[in-house]
Design a protein around this ligand. Sequence first.
Ligand SMILES: CC(C)(COP(=O)(O)OP(=O)(O)OC[C@H]1O[C@@H](n2cnc3c(N)ncnc32)[C@H](O)[C@@H]1OP(=O)(O)O)[C@@H](O)C(=O)NCCC(=O)NCCS
Length: 395
Amino acid sequence: MTEPWGAPRDERDRDFVARALQTSFGMEREPALRAIEQAGELQRVFRDERGEPAGSALVVWCGQFFGGRSVPMAGVRAVAVPPERRGTGVATDLMKALLGEAHERGTPISTLYAATQPLYRRTGYEQAGHRHRVTLDPARLKGRAVPGTRIRPADFDRDHDAIVACHHAMARAMPGNLDRDAYLWSLLRAPRATQTDTLLIEDDAGRIGGVLTSRLERIPYPGRGFALWASDISASSEQGARGVLAAMAGFGSVATEIRLHCGPTHPLLLLLDEQKYRIDHEEHWMTRIVRLADAVGARGYPATLRTRVGVRVHDPLFSDNDGDWTIEVEDGHAEGTRGGDARVELDIGAMAAVYTGFASPEQLALIGRIRGDQEALSTLGAIFAGPTPSMVDFF
Ligand SMILES: CC(C)(COP(=O)(O)OP(=O)(O)OC[C@H]1O[C@@H](n2cnc3c(N)ncnc32)[C@H](O)[C@@H]1OP(=O)(O)O)[C@@H](O)C(=O)NCCC(=O)NCCS
């Protein structure tokens, strides 16, 4: 019997995915085929009851930082159903199959960017973090690096580990950001490869404390000049952060604006003299708790917090999440155990919004997504509270 969910098996499957990408995201056939090849084992095809391909998606098995720890995460990308099959429930069944695989592999959470929200809400995802677009005027950067700083182009073979370490240092402190796998790192370098450039910021000791990956894009008429798209920025020290700003300022003679993606608060923005930049809401990414006990156990918590709360969680898809739990936190770690006195009741989607720190239980209670007594709501909120969750990456 043909498995309803799996990697493409042959040329026919790859042709199906290429057409799904073409009719879903406007990709031309050749780039679509190259993208499928680059995805390799990560590409998935969903088949109908006759074994015919009906939809496709790509799953990135990476991590997402919460409370300073990397939580294994299934990142969902490029969900696509060809036009003739749309509106018949294919994507809903595809998402259930995808979550089934994530559950079987023991992956605690799944995250995606949603082109349409109801599809993902009905399979247990909820808004869980921010991705904004920030537009800066390079003239406002007045950038000069700290004396002793060296800015140089990256050599990916030699510098890979240092670039990853710099990214981790920043991502760990900014919940929601990704612990990228090899595929996500390759995406950062491969797309528009002829335009993208990576600069490294070295401190006096030769340590890499900042990274700026960017590309120049001409602003269409009637605008003028170029926009500098900073597709990846990270800094692990003040010298590194100031060096990144200085590197950006260096584009000021040609770039009339600098654009980057991040959440509403970003350490680099705090370094600017003035709040003279624009923040546009782009998207809230959505998260699904796939395995509640593992998700609770995998993230980090404030080291000095010691408390517990009983919750009743409703999950129509996974019975091992559904029901009563006690969440207990101590020494920076938490454990979810079965049973206890449930004083808060919520659905699995609302649990995701609380888990990432995106929405407080009190806020969700106002719109009927959580019920519970005030003390239990605020205890649950205190366990998962943290800086505003955000993501730099789009996948
Ligand atoms: C979005 C898409 C995957 C939905 O596939 P599908 O098989 O038609 O979805 P389903 O039949 O399972 O519908 C599930 C829900 O998705 C939403 N949805 C489906 N098509 C939609 C559309 N054209 N516009 C907005 N929402 C839509 C609806 O809420 C629908 O529920 P409803 O029928 O009860 O209203 C498909 O239309 C597609 O491939 N579109 C182009 C690519 C895309 O947008 N991908 C999503 C990237 S995150």
